[in-house]
Structure formats: structure tokens, C-alpha cells
Design a protein around this ligand. Structure first.
Ligand SMILES: *Cc1c(COP(=O)(O)O)cnc(C)c1O
Length: 391
């Protein structure tokens, strides 16, 4: 990596694994499970970590390292480890950092699978989790327990598109000697860098805007070197690592992340403004709309507003479902951050089994629709949503 820190658009393109003897311009795909050693001494020294080199692709691989180096440069992180999926990153990070008897304080609006981890699996390892209300950051200090290890938050949140003040969270963590772990999936390293706002670790589902084309799954955790070292040691034993193929795809995707995300955000802001003026839309939530309750905070910590919009269709659960049924061009899919615009109705799908009070705390209402705005021409996206609202 070069000593002069370049802009993140450049880092995403110019960070590359070492060229092979063929002098290729674009990084080749290192589809290999293992690596060879010169002799017994080379092998001993490599396993003893006296040499920095690849041993086995469960530990590291040139394609995976290239992807990790890029994300570290973009996030301003010391180190990172890449995973097979975003949930593998979330789980492995928690499993490394938490001991039986520990407590996690999480924002009330988290990704559904993360909520499932907290409620279904943590209790059997005697790990406690409690939620703080995203709109009551002042209440957080009262919820800290003697066994609290870290504060966990997503911002913007899924699917409520709420925004949390990371500087405020970090101040609380510093005061109480807690780690701050941020799921930065919705913002990507292009829009927001939690480490600059005091986060110790940043988690991404690379499946979303990082890939951006709905092809591969991936995840990554970046942050403090000593914490990543622990996560690495856990992962090299348990095997949640990213595949070289996915890393190769994702590293190429990062080369266009800035360009793609700029356009996603431009389309999303135009659609949000359109929806806000529509008579059948009760409310719209988008971080860069002045009506967003945390608009000022979003402006402070995000470059642009992201590609996710939440809005409430007049008429509740049935209207939300009817709206989805009337959609013609946009996709009904569980993914997000794709080139293709995707609409979902959380109340009847991803959050159908979530208890009512949890849903309310996460800002999910019956008629709420989540749009992951894609890269189609914005006029065509608006036209599809418009005809669905009319019908
Ligand atoms: C999708 C997502 C995850 C999980 O990522 P996968 O790659 O699907 O495992 C975690 N957090 C957030 C905010 C997500 O949107």
C-alpha cells in the first residue's frame, strides 16, 4: 500500500495484489485452496507467522486480501477480515468479542437475522442483549450494565431508515469503556466512515451496494488491529471466510462503488421528493430529506443520503400489499443495493414474525414500503411507483 493516502475513489481502483510473472493489468483470480512451501523450514517459519504469506485460503488468499486492503483504505481502518456473508461477519465478530455472561446494548432497529441471533442463540450461551430506542439516545447510559461489552448500531437502520448520531454513541462508549461496533452496510465506505466518528469496529454486508449487482454474498469487519487479530484467529479455526471468487468479484465492484453510489443517491433523492408530494403517501423517510427527524445528523456524518427510502402508503397493511401487487417493473426481492430497484413490504414479510412492540420500536408500520433505489432511469422508477400508487 502506498504511503501517501489517496482519495478513496483512487484507492478502490489502485490497490492491487502483487503482479504475477505474467504482468497482467487486472488482478487474476487465485482460485486455490492452498499454497506451496519451498522446504520444511519455509513451512515451519510460515506456520509460526515469522513470514507474512498465504498458507491456506481459510486463513487468507490474495484476492481476499486485495478486497480487505481496499475496504480498510476506504474506511480508514488498520485491519480487516472478510467473510462469506454479512451475517458471518456479524456472528464471527460477536462470537470473538463476547464471553458467557456478557451483555450487548443494541439499537432497537437491526437487521432481522441479527435480531434472531440476539433472541434465539445468544441466550443459550448466556449472552444478554437489550435494545435502546433509536430516538432516545439520552436513555442509553441508563441501560448500561456492569457486564456490558459493546454498543451495537446500524445507521441508517434497516428497514426504518433512521439515523443515529455516531459521535454521541462514541462519547458514551468512551465514558463507560465500551466498544462501539457499527453495521455500515446501508451507507457503504463511500458515504460514511464510522471510525472517524469513534467506532472501534465496522461491519459490512458486501452483498448489498458493495457488490451492487446482486451477484455474490460477502461480508467484512474492519477496525482496530488488535481486535481484528482476535477475529482472524477465531475465523481461521471456524471457517466463515470469504471465497476467492467472491473476493475477486467484490474487489472489481469496489472500483465503481463511488460512481454507482453517487447515482443511486441521486435517483433516491429524486424519488423521495416525488413521493413526499404524493397524496396517497402518508410520510417518507430518507436521510437527506429536510423532513427526516435526523436530517442534521445525517448531513454531518454522511456524504449523501443512501439508496434506501421508507414510506407509508395510506391505508395500512392491505394497501401495502396491494401496492406491491401493482408494481410492474421493480423487483419484489429480499436483496437490496442492487442495480435493479427493489420494493418490499416489511410488515408482511421480513418482520411478519417480529413482536408488535419490537416492530414499533424499529419504526416499522403496517403500510410501510421499503424501496432500494436502483440505477434504472429515475423517470421509469417514478412511473412504476406512480402507477402502483394509483391502482
Ligand atoms: C443484508 C444485511 C446484513 C446481512 O448480510 P448478508 O450478506 O445477507 O449475510 C447485515 N446487516 C445489514 C444492515 C444488512 O442489510
Amino acid at each position: 500500500m502506498s504511503k501517501n493516502k489517496k482519495k478513496i475513489e483512487t484507492e478502490a481502483i489502485r490497490i492491487q495484489s502483487e503482479r504475477s510473472q505474467f504482468s497482467e493489468h487486472s488482478t487474476p483470480l487465485y482460485l486455490t485452496s492452498g499454497f506451496v512451501f519451498d522446504d520444511a523450514e519455509d513451512m515451519r517459519a510460515s506456520f509460526a507467522e515469522e513470514k507474512q504469506r498465504d498458507l491456506y485460503s481459510r486463513y487468507s488468499n490474495p484476492n481476499v486480501s486485495e478486497f480487505v486492503d481496499k475496504v480498510c483504505a476506504m474506511e480508514g481502518a488498520e485491519a480487516g477480515f472478510a467473510f462469506a456473508s454479512g451475517m458471518a461477519a456479524v456472528f464471527s465478530t460477536f462470537a470473538t468479542l463476547l464471553d458467557a455472561g456478557d451483555h450487548v446494548l443494541s439499537c432497537s432497529s437491526v437487521f432481522g437475522a441479527t435480531h434472531g441471533l440476539f433472541t434465539k442463540y445468544f441466550p443459550k450461551w448466556n449472552i444478554e442483549c437489550s435494545y435502546f430506542n433509536i430516538n432516545e439516545v439520552d436513555s442509553i447510559e441508563g441501560l448500561i450494565q456492569p457486564n456490558t461489552k459493546f454498543i451495537y448500531a446500524e445507521t441508517p437502520t434497516n428497514p426504518g431508515v433512521d439515523v443515529l448520531d455516531m459521535d454521541a454513541l462514541s462519547a458514551i462508549c468512551k465514558k463507560h469503556n465500551l466498544l462501539l461496533v457499527i453495521d455500515n452496510c446501508f451507507a457503504t465506505p463511500y458515504l460514511q466512515n464510522p471510525i472517524k466518528h469513534g467506532a472501534d469496529l465496522v461491519i459490512h454486508s458486501a452483498t448489498k451496494l458493495m457488490d451492487g449487482q446482486g451477484r455474490v454474498l460477502g461480508g467484512i469487519t474492519v477496525g482496530k488491529k488488535e481486535l481484528i487479530r482476535e477475529i482472524y484467529l477465531f475465523s481461521r479455526l471456524t471457517g466463515p471466510s470469504m471465497s476467492p471468487f467472491n473476493a475477486w468479484v467484490l474487489s472489481k465492484s469496489l472500483e465503481t462503488l463511488a460512481l454507482r453510489v453517487e447515482k443511486h443517491c441521486e435517483n433516491a433523492l429524486k424519488l423521495a421528493i416525488y413521493l413526499e408530494a404524493h397524496p396517497k403517501v402518508k410520510w417518507v423517510k430518507y436521510p437527506f430529506l429536510k423532513s427526516h427527524p435526523k436530517y442534521e445528523i445525517a448531513k454531518k456524518q454522511m456524504r449523501l443520503g443512501g439508496n434506501i427510502i421508507a414510506f407509508e402508503v395510506e391505508g395500512g397493511l392491505d394497501s401495502g400489499r396491494a401496492f406491491l401487487n401493482a408494481i410492474k417493473m421493480c423487483s419484489l426481492s429480499a436483496n437490496l443495493g442492487d442495480t435493479r430497484t427493489i420494493v418490499t413490504h416489511p410488515a408482511s414479510t421480513t418482520h411478519a414474525k417480529v413482536e408488535q412492540d419490537v416492530k414499533v420500536a424499529a419504526g416499522i408500520t403496517d403500510g410501510m414500503v421499503r424501496v432500494s433505489v436502483g440505477l434504472e432511469h429515475v423517470d421509469d422508477i417514478i412511473e412504476d411507483l406512480e402507477q402502483a400508487l394509483e391502482n
